[in-house]
Design a protein around this ligand. Structure first.
Ligand SMILES: Nc1ncnc2c1ncn2[C@@H]1O[C@H](COP(=O)(O)OP(=O)(O)OP(=O)(O)O)[C@@H](O)[C@H]1O
Length: 318
């Protein structure tokens, strides 16, 4: 199979649960040997899209190809070439960690050495522990081991770090980076924008089952006036009383055409553009003129959360 074929091609995918449209004409492509994050808020349609790519669901509209194959009709050819890490682990509760890994490895023609894999994933000490007694982080790592043991060309990872402590999250990120370095394509879903920003070569942001933005982390966070590192700066203004009507337009007028002003809620807004002393002073002056009392005025860099806010007017985090 030629590696010119994208790892994943989703074209106009439509998925419904009864009357509920979960995926609404979604189109996206995943390049080979990348970590690609599908990012979106709760209920955006991420899991449904992944399950369709994994062959668990049939498209109700549009089409899906994984490694150039139809995940339903060519399931038998595709299965040995993909790895799946399910939300919730996918192991039986009483089974010991290494038994489970051994069982999955035997389903594959040329599996990785499971002792080496367990060592690499830090599962060596808990090999005899029943699955239900593993910590959340250990269960996730076992799930990742099960996904990669068959030497897949692509793995689908649904919210790999949900519920993990910061240390376990970092360890999982490193593992996924190692998997990519071995030439495997990683497709992951997440609603943690820092995870997507830190890990992904490419990000697709979806909302209400539609693609709303796509690009590298830098492409997405670059603004009209980017700084030296390529990212635009932001000023976040939080006030003590609701803004007067028309506040974003009035502030933008004061700051000039190189800035964008996005109101987040009745008490906060974000200014994107040149964040220098003069802009800060003008924001502060605007507050005084409009009888607005700032609670905080903070400089930062535009991140994926800001991009999502600008596109949807809503916060990404649940
Ligand atoms: N089995 C189901 N029956 C009915 N509705 C469903 C079912 N599974 C998902 N949905 C609905 O479809 C929409 C998309 O769900 P999906 O799980 O794909 O989103 P998600 O982006 O993965 O969300 P989360 O981040 O919460 O996992 C949601 O509104 C959800 O409530």
């Amino acid at each position: 199979m030629s590696t010119d074929v994208p790892a994943v091609e989703v074209d106009g995918l439509v998925m419904r649960y009864g009357d509920k449209v979960a995926v609404d004409g979604l189109s996206l492509t995943v390049g080979r040997q990348t970590i690609t994050a599908v990012l979106g808020p709760n209920g955006a349609g991420k899991t449904t899209t992944l399950e369709t790519c994994e062959g668990y669901r049939s498209p109700q509209g549009g089409s899906v190809r994984v490694l150039g194959l139809d995940p339903r009709r060519q399931r038998r050819d595709l299965l040995p070439r993909i790895g799946v890490m399910l939300q919730g682990g996918g192991a039986w509760s009483g089974v010991r960690a290494m038994e489970m890994l051994r069982h999955v490895s035997r389903l594959h023609a040329d599996p990785l050495d499971i002792d080496m894999l367990a060592e690499r994933l830090g599962l060596g000490d808990c090999g005899r522990t029943p699955y239900r007694r593993l910590s959340g982080g250990q269960q996730q790592r076992l799930g990742l081991a099960m996904a990669v043991v068959g030497r897949p060309e692509i793995i689908f990872v649904d919210e790999p770090t949900a519920g993990m402590d910061p240390q376990a999250r970092r360890a999982t990120w490193e593992l996924l980076e190692e998997v990519r370095a071995d030439g495997v394509t990683v497709v992951l879903t997440t609603h943690y924008m820092d995870e997507a920003e830190r890990l992904a070569d490419h990000i697709h942001i979806i909302d209400h089952g539609r693609l709303i933005a796509s690009g590298t982390p830098l492409e997405l966070t670059r603004g009209a006036r980017a700084g030296e590192d390529g990212r635009a700066a932001t000023i976040r203004l939080v006030v003590t009383r609701p803004f007067p009507p028309g506040a974003p337009q009035s502030l933008r007028h004061t700051l000039g055409q190189h800035t964008e002003v996005t109101q987040l809620d009745e008490l906060s807004l974000v200014v994107t553009g040149p964040a220098d002393a003069s802009t800060l002073a003008r924001v502060s002056g605007w507050c005084e003129e409009n009888d607005v009392l700032p609670e905080s005025l903070a400089l930062g860099q535009r991140n994926l959360e800001d991009v999502f806010l600008e596109l949807t007017g809503r916060e990404l985090a649940p």
